[in-house]
Write a protein that binds this ligand. Sequence first.
Ligand SMILES: [Zn+2]
Length: 123
Amino acid sequence: MTYCSGCGTKLEQGMQACPACGKMDGTSATDAAQGQAFAAAQAEGATAFPQTAPKNDTPDIWIPILAFFIPVVGLILYLVWKDDKPQSSSAAGKFALIGFIVEVVIGILIFCSIIFLISMSTI
Ligand SMILES: [Zn+2]
């Protein structure tokens, strides 16, 4: 006399499946094999269908503005979001670079105009 490994119902000799729950008798080994096959199939499916891009990756309007005016923040956001939010990351990085260049140019212009004013005043 054997018992169903799933629900414990008594099984008659030679019974293939449990009449109560339908579980195959004495199938712990095959169950494990089936489970492994299922897991393998799932893993294959996971690789066949790569994870879709994370949702909510539309760059917010404040990201480029913040990155533009404070390029350091933009650079940090770029590094933080590089893997999780590629779109927000690229927006932050791009505007951080633009902001950095603009600020360097403005800095040079201010520097030159100060030099110019000093040289004018000394003449
Ligand atoms: Zn059963």
